[in-house]
Design a protein around this ligand. Structure first.
Ligand code: PLP
Length: 717
């Protein structure tokens, strides 16, 4: 089995399709084929284009999935964004609404219904629908789990269908008729946040939670089948004159599922600029319709039926082009922003923290956990060099509710920056500082029997987890010291809320190591059993760190798993074998700049001690990072390599405190000001943290956790 890494960024396919979906929405509102053939136009705008909104909703669900089942907090960012867009859009359309006389027949009640269900302007219903639908599935998933939620969302969708494409049926049945009359006195359509969006948002969540079972070809076949059914259904309901509106079809979910799978199978980088463009097109295209008509009128090329030169297709193309053109500045701005973020020109040495990789890893590791077991994200040592407050925040936004640190200071820093949930200090804290533990709601590890007494004497109430020594002989009370364990449980001022052990052999898959791990776990369960039977439970049990999680399937009954290094998408060593490879992605890239390039003649030497003394003429570049930044000095004299312009260059001579030299003789195009990659991808090439650590004679954990304070952490997404 290979290292658990996935090297390319994902979901570019979803981004690209968004622009197509936005253009489909434009089609819905312009009817591109109206002057060509009413039939063909119905096919495009009233059937196929109805895929667009469900697709947008499913994509939202897909990206909300990691957090939505856990924590309300993780949705806040999404709500904030959508409601902001909604607010801006309303302001944008206010003049048109006034001109159309919107406010003349408007009551507070109708205004509320419009804001929540109908949208005050005709395409704006999407925003409240996304928010309302998300709230609904969040609540459903909490109360009813996946199956129950799916049942309810399907039922809601069915109710929606009978008020939409199948309205003819309910209109014909008197009891239903009354029900729908009642519904339509509250809102104009059933395609809203109550009936349409929950199902598609949930589909997105499920698509993210479950890995694909079929090959891309099979999903294509399913999608074709879905299309055919959709078209058949659309034609059929039209034939019987059933639709009141045509936003909802029975077969839409059957198309969305394979469509999303297919788009996710396209492995390409994400395009935030395209994402932005599609949103802008969605928001502004009605304005563009007005602009195009106005322009055409002024030029005298608007036909009486409202089309350009009498052609609906020309009209559509003009609106699409104007919308795209208007979206361009926003897309460029977004692109620029990303560019500035990605290559921060004003930085000397920096670590790029890939948010999407971190979110991906959280999702993948969570999938490994049995029911009732949660992730305790280990963010000690500045989150292994990744920046602890930055990392913990992303974890929290994605549903992680428990964190582990090594020291009191680390715990307080997290609290100060607003991290909520459990924070367990895995190491020793001076018992005299117990007051700070309770003041910041931190949980302390009981490192030994005397320590427990001292903590108890401090005079304040402290939440603790009992460390149980099952063979590592580092911290904790001996697993077979029953009296000692119970004595701690009896201490008045300590509240034992958890018990954990640490495995000493979980990094190896060798039989002997596996046996020792098993023995450790059995001892731990015995100790836990004793505490529980003596009436001090239930307490949260945990034992598995990264390798434990990857090498021995977590058992039921564990409250947490404590991965550190795996969360950051790397292993300790490049050739480590692990039992499960969940496809983790490395989160950190380390970069610096070329400050100066010197040409050396034969006989010249460079750096301290003249340690770099090439026999032929050479070029050396001085790079803006050194051992004080955490780049190991042991990589001196060619043991380390860096990437410049997608090519490898060896470290030249001795690494200095703040700088190092590299031999760029083989990269004539290298220039002063170029970005140097010390860990991470540059062009086609990758320098993994595992390789760098190995070359430095250490493990990834040490290399990353030693990255210094002068290295700026930059979040990229
Ligand atoms: C550091 C640490 C972890 C995390 O270890 P990884 O191997 O990085 O996953 C878990 N538990 C304890 C007690 C630790 O000290």
């Amino acid at each position: 089995m290979s290292a658990p890494q996935e090297k390319t960024a994902q979901y570019g396919g979803l981004d690209l399709f968004r622009i197509l979906a936005a253009l489909l929405v434009v089609a819905v509102h312009t009817g591109p084929l109206l002057t060509v053939s009413a039939q063909a136009n119905y096919l495009i705008t009233d059937i196929l284009a109805r895929l667009a909104v469900p697709f947008f909703l499913a994509v939202s669900g897909f990206f909300l999935a990691p957090g939505i089942e856990k924590d309300w907090h993780s949705l806040r960012h999404f709500f904030h964004k959508v409601l902001l867009l909604y607010g801006i859009s309303i302001l944008l359309y206010l003049p048109l609404m006034v001109r159309n006389g919107y406010f003349s027949g408007c009551t507070p009640l109708s205004l509320a219904a419009d804001l929540i269900f109908n949208g005050p302007f005709y395409h704006l219903w999407y925003f409240p629908a996304a928010v309302l639908g998300t709230i609904i599935i969040f609540l459903l998933l909490r109360r009813l789990g996946v199956r129950g939620s799916l049942a309810i969302c399907s039922l809601l969708y069915l109710v929606g269908l009978l008020g939409d494409s199948y309205y003819g049926l309910s209109a014909a049945l008197p009891p239903l008729n009354t029900f729908y009359n009642l519904l339509f006195s509250c809102f104009d359509y059933t395609r809203n946040g109550l009936f349409l969006s929950p199902l598609f948002l949930l589909l997105g969540v499920l698509l993210r939670k479950h890995s694909p079972r079929l090959a891309a070809g099979q999903y294509s076949a399913l999608l074709c089948g879905g299309f055919i059914l959709l078209v058949a259904e659309g034609e059929l309901v039209a034939q019987f004159g059933l639709p009141r509106h045509d936003s909802m079809y029975l077969t839409l979910p059957l198309c969305i599922w394979p469509l999303m799978r297919l788009l996710c199978s396209i492995k390409c980088k994400s395009f935030p600029a395209v994402r932005t463009a599609s949103t802008v097109v969605y928001v502004i295209h009605p304005l563009c319709i007005v602009a195009v008509r106005g322009g055409a009128k002024a030029l005298g090329i608007l036909s009486p039926d409202g089309f350009l030169l009498g052609s609906s297709l020309l009209h559509y193309l003009a609106v699409a082009a104007v919308s795209l053109l208007a979206a361009l500045p926003f897309a460029l701005w977004r692109q620029r922003q990303r560019h500035v973020q990605n290559t921060p020109n004003r930085l000397r040495a920096w670590a790029e923290i890939d948010r999407s990789a971190l979110v991906h890893n959280i999702g993948r590791l969570t999938e490994l956990l049995p029911a009732g077991c949660e992730l305790m994200a280990v963010v000690k040592a500045n989150a292994y060099g990744h920046g602890d407050t930055l990392t913990a925040r992303v974890c929290m936004e994605n549903g992680v509710k428990a964190f582990a640190v090594a020291t009191l200071e680390e715990g307080i820093r997290l609290r100060r920056t607003g991290i909520r949930g459990e924070i367990l200090i895995l190491g020793w804290t001076p018992p005299e500082l117990a007051q700070l533990l309770s003041r910041w709601h931190l949980t302390q590890t009981v490192v030994g029997p005397e320590y427990a007494q001292e903590l108890n004497h401090s005079g304040c109430k402290v939440k603790v987890h009992l460390a149980v020594d099952t063979g590592m002989h580092r911290l904790g009370l001996a697993w077979d010291d029953g009296d000692g364990l119970l004595a701690v449980c009896r201490l008045r001022r300590l509240r034992v809320t958890g018990m954990f052990t640490h495995l000493a052999f979980s990094e190896s898959l060798e039989l002997d190591a596996a046996r020792r791990t098993q023995a450790q776990l059995e001892r731990f369960y015995q100790a836990a059993e004793l505490v529980a039977q003596s009436g001090y439970g239930p307490v949260a049990l945990h034992a598995l760190s990264s390798y434990g999680l990857l090498n021995c399937p977590p058992q039921a009954g564990m409250a947490y798993a404590r991965p550190g290094i795996a969360l950051y998408g790397v292993l300790s060593r490049p050739d480590d074998q692990v039992g499960t490879s969940p496809g983790l992605r490395p989160v950190l890239s380390l970069r610096a700049k070329i400050a100066r390039i010197h040409s050396l003649e034969p006989g010249d030497c460079a750096g301290y001690d003249g340690a770099f003394a090439p026999s032929a003429s050479a070029r050396v570049a001085a790079v803006t990072i050194g051992y004080a930044d955490g780049y190991p000095r042991s990589l001196s004299n060619g043991r380390g390599r860096v990437l410049i312009r997608g090519k490898f260059a060896p470290v030249a001579g001795l690494i200095c405190m703040d700088q190092l030299l590299v031999d760029v003789t083989g990269i004539p195009e290298a220039q002063e000001g170029d970005t140097v990659t010390l860990i991470g991808q540059d062009g086609e090439q990758i320098l993994t943290a595992e390789e760098v650590a190995r070359d430095a004679g250490t493990i990834t954990n040490e290399l990353l956790s030693r990255l210094g304070e002068r290295v700026t952490r930059v979040m990229i997404s």
